[in-house]
Write a protein that binds this ligand. Structure first.
Ligand code: NAD
Length: 294
């Protein structure tokens, strides 16, 4: 994302094998983009040359205006990583974290540079999906929130601001609500895995690429959200109060879901499915850009 936007991008991981893998993946992905006509050979070479590998953290941080920390999702590890980053990075450098669920107030607690620490949670794969959840810790300077959002927008991402921390942020809470019910329905045998996916894939998911739950509700009744939520108030309350319990996710259930999903995709190689998914999402984004709506 950063190199594509023209920035010199420094990679550092304390395990050199991981950086090797990242660089190899980048080269392969760029080659596929070139073959698909998404990038010219010159663009591919230029983009690749903007990404450099560093075996010292201090060297990777030299001259950086923004850091995207993507270490393991564990509070104590993030805390020591942030202490290291805060010591080594220029005081003006923003320290953004990819954390999916941790609180920046806790990660940066007691650090002299806590004001420049912020969560910037990307969605996989970030070079294809633009949303990034941005949320401050209690010590984060509001100017850092502004600068982070401006920077992320400038590299083609869509910063989504949150006012304060809640476990799982926005995206994963909503994803968890849906997955919980999907697994419950599959576990209780109401429908097959393919049918459960189909109501999203060939049903409401088609709208969701364009609008969120409130945007959809707004178009579902002539009177918009007010009419929709008034008319269906009781129906939704009945449904919500009757949703299934949190599923067990026990090994036998996971195996059963795995077998049904493998059959649904005809055992197609996952790398191929991912590539198709990324290509289609890129097309949907292009279509949305051409037709920005209201
Ligand atoms: N995987 C996803 O789909 C996804 C999506 C959005 C956000 N995230 C978040 O991104 C972060 C990374 O996720 P992941 O799945 O890639 O985790 P991971 O555990 O696979 O990778 C973490 C990497 O950090 C490296 N590392 C550990 N300690 C380090 C240190 N002190 N200095 C430098 N590097 C160090 C490890 O070698 C490893 O390569 C997490 O906070 C996660 O919540 C992940």
């Amino acid at each position: 994302v950063f190199a594509r936007a023209g920035y010199q991008t420094h990679l550092y991981d304390r395990d050199p094998a991981q950086v090797e893998k990242a660089v190899q993946w980048l080269a392969e992905d760029l080659e596929l983009d070139r073959q698909a006509g998404l990038l010219s050979a010159d663009q591919t070479t230029a983009l690749r040359s903007r990404v450099t590998v560093h075996d010292e953290l201090g060297e990777a941080l030299a001259g950086a205006g923004y850091v995207q920390e993507s270490g393991p999702e564990q509070l104590d590890l993030k805390q020591s990583l942030y202490a290291e980053l805060d010591r080594a990075a220029d005081p003006s450098t923003i320290l953004g974290s990819s954390t999916s669920a941790l609180d920046m107030t806790e990660i940066a607690a007691g650090l002299p540079g806590a004001r420049r620490c912020i969560v910037a949670h990307p969605v996989n794969p970030p070079h294809v999906i633009p949303a990034v959840e941005v949320l401050p810790g209690k010590q984060t300077d509001p100017a850092v929130v502004e600068r982070t959002c401006t920077f992320l927008a400038s590299v083609g991402q869509k910063p989504v601001r949150m006012n304060f921390y809640v476990h799982g942020f926005l995206l994963n809470r909503m994803q968890a609500a849906l997955i919980r019910e999907a697994v419950h329905l599959a576990e209780s045998g109401v429908a097959e895995v393919d049918a459960i996916d189909a109501v999203i894939r060939d049903g409401i998911g088609l709208r969701w690429a364009l609008m969120g739950p409130f945007g959809c509700a707004n178009t579902n009744a002539d009177g918009g959200v007010r009419e929709y939520f008034t008319r269906y108030r009781q129906a939704y309350l009945n449904l919500m109060n009757g949703l299934g319990p949190t599923p067990s996710f026990d090994p036998a259930l996971i195996e059963q879901l795995g077998e049904a999903t493998d059959a649904m995709v005809n055992n197609a190689p996952r790398a191929e499915i991912r590539r198709w998914r990324d290509k289609m999402v890129t097309k949907i984004r292009a279509l949305k850009k051409e037709n920005p709506g209201l």
